[in-house]
Design a protein around this ligand. Structure first.
Ligand code: MN
Ligand code: MN
Length: 465
C-alpha cells in the first residue's frame, strides 16, 4: 500500500473521522458483542412491562448478593443494595470506598415503554364481538398497532385486596388479541384522513372473543361468555377492572434482523436497551471508588410524573436515607454526583433522510450516542449538559476504547423530546444523555444494532469504575 500523503495524515490528525463499528472492531470483538446480545434478547422477551423489568432486575440482583435496603441498616463499602418503588421502579447501589460526600456515579434508565392500556370499564360487546376499550400510553403512532398480534400483561387488584397477575399471549400455546383495521377496498374515506388520524384513539379497540354464552334469556351473551372465562381463570368479577393495570403489548419476540444478523428487532428497545445495559454494568460493579447507582424508573414515556416517575422525590429520598446512614451531607452528595441519563436516540433512517441534519444525527453501528441536549424550540425543556462534564465523559470513553458518536433529536424546530436528564440535573447533579441509536422508535417493532448495544454497555461499565 502506498504511503499516506502528508495532507492525508494531517486530515486524519485534525479532522473528525467517523467509522463504522464493524470496521473498528476486530472479528472477535464483533462476535463477543453478538454473543452478549443473546442475553439482551432473553430480557426483551421476559420483561415487556415496567413491573416485569423491575422484577427481573431484583431477581438478578438477589442472585448476585444484593439485599433489600432498609432505613435502619448499616452500610459499608462493597455493600450491594436495592430499593423497590411500588414494583414499577427500582434503585440498585454498590457502596463505594470513598466517602459518600464525594458524590454518586448514577445510571438512570426507564423501563416503561409506549403501549396501550385498558380503560377502567374496558369490557363491552358490539354485534356479538367482545372488546376491551383502551387508552394508549406514551407517544405511539396509532395506525402501527392494528392488525398485529397483541398480548396482555399486568395486575388486577380484587375487591378483597388479592392481586392477580396476568400475562397472556406470550406462550406459543396462548391466544393473542388484535385491533382491527379496514380492508383497502373499503378504506377510501379512511385514506383521506391524515396519517396521525388514520386510526383514532377511540378506534384502538381490542378484540377478545366472539362466542356467546349458551342461553336464550339474556342479552350481551358474548360479553358474559368472556367474563365467565375470566371469572373462572382469574377469580375476578367485571368491577375488578376498576383496580387493574393491564397493558397491551406486541406479542412477538425479539428477532435477529438481516442476513448478517447484525440488528435486533423487538418491542420496547426504548428503553429496555439502556435499562439492560445499565443494569448489567451496575451488577458487575465490585468495590467501586465512588458509590454507584442504577435507577430503573417508570413513567418516562408520559413525562416522568407520578410517584414512580423521576419527577417524584423517590430517588432524592433514597439519597437522603443512605446519606444519613453513611454520615454524609445529602446536599453535598447530590451536588457532587455525576449521572448518565441512559436513553435512546433516533438513528438516521436512510428511507426518511429529511427529518434530521446529517452532520449531527446518530447512525446505527457507530457506537453509543452522546446527546448533550434534547428539548425543542430553542432548547426549551433540556438540561443541556455543560461542556466540562461532556469532556469528562468523552475522556472516559476514549480511555476505555468505547466507540461513541453524538446525536440530536431531529432537525432544529422539527424534532424534539426529552428524557429524565432534566429532572436529575434539576436536583443539582451533572447529567449527560447516553444511549443506543434506534430506528422505528416507539413502534411495535423497533430496531437497534448489536454493536451499539454492546458499546453502550461498555460505556456504562467504564463510567462506573
Ligand atoms: Mn421513548
Ligand atoms: Mn427512552
Amino acid at each position: 500500500m502506498a504511503e499516506k500523503s502528508e495532507v492525508k495524515l494531517l486530515q486524519e490528525k485534525i479532522c473528525s473521522q467517523p467509522k463504522h463499528a464493524g470496521l473498528k472492531l476486530t472479528e472477535e470483538e464483533i462476535q463477543k458483542a453478538f454473543d452478549w446480545n443473546e442475553h439482551y434478547k432473553v430480557f426483551l422477551d421476559i420483561a415487556k412491562t415496567e413491573r416485569e423489568a423491575c422484577r427481573f432486575a431484583v431477581n438478578k440482583a438477589k442472585e448476585l448478593g444484593f439485599t433489600e435496603f432498609k432505613r435502619n441498616d448499616e452500610l459499608k463499602p462493597g455493600d450491594k443494595i436495592y430499593y423497590i418503588n411500588r414494583d414499577k421502579a427500582v434503585i440498585l447501589a454498590v457502596i463505594g470506598k470513598e466517602h459518600l460526600n464525594a458524590g454518586l456515579r448514577v445510571l438512570a434508565a426507564h423501563i416503561d415503554c409506549p403501549r396501550i392500556d385498558l380503560k377502567q370499564h374496558p369490557l363491552y360487546e358490539e354485534r356479538e364481538i367482545a372488546y376491551f376499550k383502551t387508552h394508549y400510553y406514551g407517544g405511539i403512532r396509532k395506525y402501527q398497532w392494528t392488525a398485529i398480534p397483541l398480548a396482555l400483561h399486568g395486575i388486577i387488584v380484587k375487591a378483597d385486596g388479592d392481586i392477580v397477575n396476568v400475562k397472556i399471549g406470550e406462550d406459543d400455546s396462548d391466544p393473542v388479541f388484535v385491533i382491527s383495521d379496514l380492508l383497502p377496498h373499503l378504506a377510501q374515506e379512511q385514506n383521506k384522513r391524515t396519517l396521525g388520524e388514520g386510526i383514532k384513539g377511540e378506534e384502538l379497540n381490542l378484540i377478545i372473543g366472539s362466542l356467546p354464552f349458551r342461553d336464550d334469556e339474556i342479552s350481551n351473551k358474548v360479553k358474559l361468555g368472556i367474563m365467565d372465562i375470566l371469572s373462572k381463570k382469574y377469580g375476578i368479577v367485571e368491577d375488578d377492572f376498576i383496580s387493574a393495570e393491564l397493558e397491551i403489548v406486541p406479542a412477538f419476540k425479539a428477532r435477529d434482523i438481516g442476513f448478517d444478523r447484525s440488528m435486533i428487532g423487538a418491542y420496547g428497545h426504548d428503553d429496555r436497551v439502556c435499562a439492560y445495559t445499565a443494569l448489567s454494568a451496575l451488577l458487575e460493579t465490585k468495590n467501586p471508588e465512588k458509590t454507584c447507582v442504577c435507577i430503573l424508573t417508570d413513567k418516562e414515556e408520559t413525562g416522568s410524573d407520578g410517584n414512580t416517575g423521576l419527577k417524584s422525590a423517590y430517588f432524592q429520598n433514597f439519597i437522603y436515607d443512605i446519606a444519613e446512614i453513611l454520615n454524609a451531607n445529602p446536599r453535598e452528595v447530590i451536588t457532587n454526583s455525576e449521572c448518565l441519563s441512559a436513553d435512546v436516540n433516533a438513528a438516521f433512517d436512510p428511507t426518511f433522510p429529511d427529518v434530521v441534519e446529517k452532520g449531527n444525527a446518530s447512525y446505527i453501528n457507530y457506537g453509543l450516542v452522546m446527546t448533550k441536549y434534547t428539548g425543542a424550540r430553542g432548547k426549551a425543556g433540556t438540561s443541556d449538559c455543560g461542556a466540562e462534564f461532556v469532556g469528562k465523559v468523552r475522556k472516559i470513553f476514549d480511555d476505555n476504547k468505547v466507540i461513541f458518536q453524538t446525536g440530536e433529536l431531529g432537525k432544529v424546530d422539527l424534532g424534539g423530546g426529552g428524557t429524565v436528564a432534566a429532572y436529575l440535573a434539576n436536583l443539582g447533579m451533572d447529567v449527560l444523555d447516553i444511549g443506543v441509536p434506534v430506528i422505528s422508535m416507539h413502534s411495535p417493532f423497533e430496531l437497534v444494532a448489536k454493536t451499539d448495544v454492546y458499546e453502550t454497555y461498555k460505556g456504562f461499565k467504564a463510567f462506573l469504575v
